[in-house]
Design a protein around this ligand. Sequence first.
Ligand code: SF4
Ligand code: SF4
Length: 376
Amino acid sequence: MQYRRFGKTNLKLSVFSLGTMRYFATKENACETISAAIEKGINHLETARGYGQSEEFLGRAIVAGLSVPRSQIHITTKIPPTADTDTMRRYIDESLARLNVDYVDCLGIHGVNTWEHLQWIQNAHGCMRAVWEAVDDGRVQHVGFSTHAPLEVILAVINTGFFEFINLHYYYFFQRNAPAVELAYQQDMGVFIISPGDKGGRLYTPPPTLVDLCHPFSPLELTYRFLLSDSRITTLSLGAANPEELVIPLQVSDRVDVLTDEEINVLNTLKTYGDQVLNITKCSQCYECLPCPENINIPEILRLRNLTVAYDMKEYGEYRYGMLENAGHWFPGMKGNKCTECGDCLPKCPENLDIPSLLQDTHTKLQGKARRRLWG
Ligand code: SF4
Ligand code: SF4
């Protein structure tokens, strides 16, 4: 296991973190998974107020006894932004009590997803007052934020200067947030990537087309290597629900050097193949078409189409598409079938895409059943 400095927190975190978002089936199962992760060198455990019984189960594992001293394990919990101070005060107390700890190493404001959340954070009588109190009395050591926001919101939140780390989506198959990774790095913030294996493409169960294109690597291995070879990135969350699920991802936990020529060649092949298959229907992800008067998330829908058409990533496409209109500010925007064909987006698209028909095509391909987030 390799370790990297978590930006200005100065913590040295393992390049994989155990994310406990998926409900552990039992207390015993949670303890076993946490112990196995620590044994394999993971020193960063991540949970959240909103993850069902996750904080409680992690707290019981702490009481049962971690195999290394508490001081060598770094715990992050996340709490949603609140409009007022008192609610955040109560939430912090409740999280510490459930976790059975006197302090958390890191508190992430969970899901700073909208301009309104940013206002709450900047309000002198908002949630950050309670957070700074907890920092002053030692109950919280470092403060960061997690986000699913549009890039513009993420950049503005980084620029508040309030935060020591960021937890965000950034993957080979979703590079929209690259400027946020760079800005965070320039500000010496720790960079913590949200579940590359799952949200980076459901790569635990890749389609055969993608498997073939990534040969001799696996799609999961390649996506981890893409991130681990980027020294601006500190750590990747790994949402193992049992000890067995740690094994394959951690095979790359020592491979943090720059991409090899062979890896670069495979990534180039992947891109060339995708470009050829998509041809004149490829969305280049420039985001110039927004805003849409119907609030359709055009670039994200067409990203899912790109992946489905180019690499047969239909399962992932359905999973993410099904969250539109069902997950609030965590995955905003309307589905493709809400397009009124008003034509506003057409002159803004540098690729001259026939956006309304591509949206309809995506809706036909991906309209599985509606989904909510995994937790909450
Ligand atoms: S044509 Fe459809 S997608 Fe484009 S702006 Fe109008 S409603 Fe939105
Ligand atoms: S403007 Fe065109 S290429 Fe750019 S994100 Fe929108 S649809 Fe894609």
